[in-house]
Ligand binder design. Structure first.
Ligand SMILES: Nc1nc2c(ncn2[C@@H]2O[C@H](COP(=O)(O)OP(=O)(O)OP(=O)(O)O)[C@@H](O)[C@H]2O)c(=O)[nH]1
Ligand SMILES: [Mg+2]
Length: 225
């Protein structure tokens, strides 16, 4: 790796600036339609779609839509539709490891926001890049499988730092994989003392109620502000 050249820094700055403008447009649009948007992030296979499959049926009183970000394929879109999402839109990035705000903006054009209360954007599976790009979300939530290891907050701090909630998924496997949950939480709190940590399992359903309660509270808090 070389030190970034001034032209490279300039290009990155322009990309981030353009992204921020799209993100602000998204935020204004969501505010106008009273839609709460969650940017859901985490490694490939952490359990983001599994979480949506448990969350959507637990929110029967809400109209939940989903934008799915994947490099290729539409498997996750089909899964959330089967789980009861009122609508779902697939974005394929064909290589890029994160979503940009303008991609979300185009996907949102395919939704009828007047018929949506809660919008999840499942970002591309990646523990690094999605955290760098604001999509105009109301809240950032990350899913980490306990199978990924207790050291992850220290090695990949940005996503932990930028998220309001950390969902520790696959708790049914915690003894099998030997993850020290105390150390994992301590590491996450060292990186972000304000992060809300919820232990859950999308396999057994343990902890889903706690997550849904937190989400409802956050929606109330932001919508009444
Ligand atoms: N044992 C166990 N397996 C789980 C749990 N949650 C998800 N899985 C499994 O983990 C695998 C990946 O789950 P997904 O929900 O597809 O993960 P994802 O984060 O959406 O993956 P990408 O969209 O590819 O980034 C699947 O085989 C799930 O069945 C859990 O709580 N416990
Ligand atoms: Mg998925």
């Amino acid at each position: 790796m070389h030190e970034p050249l001034s032209e490279e820094i300039e290009v990155s700055r322009r990309i981030l600036e353009a992204n921020e403008q799209s993100a602000q447009r998204n935020r204004a649009l969501f505010a106008r339609h009273k839609v709460f948007m969650v940017n859901l992030m985490g490694s490939p296979g952490a359990g983001k779609t599994s979480l949506l499959e448990k969350t959507i049926p637990a929110l029967q009183d809400m109209r939940v839509a989903v934008i799915e970000g994947d490099i290729e394929g539409k498997q996750d879109k089909e899964r959330v539709e089967a789980a009861g999402a009122v609508s779902a839109v697939q974005i394929n990035t064909y290589g890029a490891c994160h979503l940009l705000a303008h991609q979300a903006e185009h996907a949102v054009e395919k939704l009828d926001l007047s018929a949506v209360d809660l919008l999840f954007v499942e970002n591309v599976g990646n523990l690094v890049c999605p955290a760098e790009f604001d999509l105009g979300e109301s809240a950032r939530v990350m899913v980490l499988g306990v199978t990924e290891g207790a050291d992850k907050p220290l090695k990949y701090p940005l996503m932990f730092r930028k998220s309001e909630a950390l969902l520790l998924n696959k708790m049914d496997l915690v003894d099998l994989c030997g993850c020290d949950i105390g150390v994992l939480k301590e590491n996450a709190l060292r990186v972000n003392p304000d992060i809300k940590i919820i232990e859950l399992s999308c396999r057994t359903g343990e902890g889903i109620k706690d997550w849904v309660k937190w989400l409802r509270g956050k929606m109330k808090e932001i919508q009444s502000a």
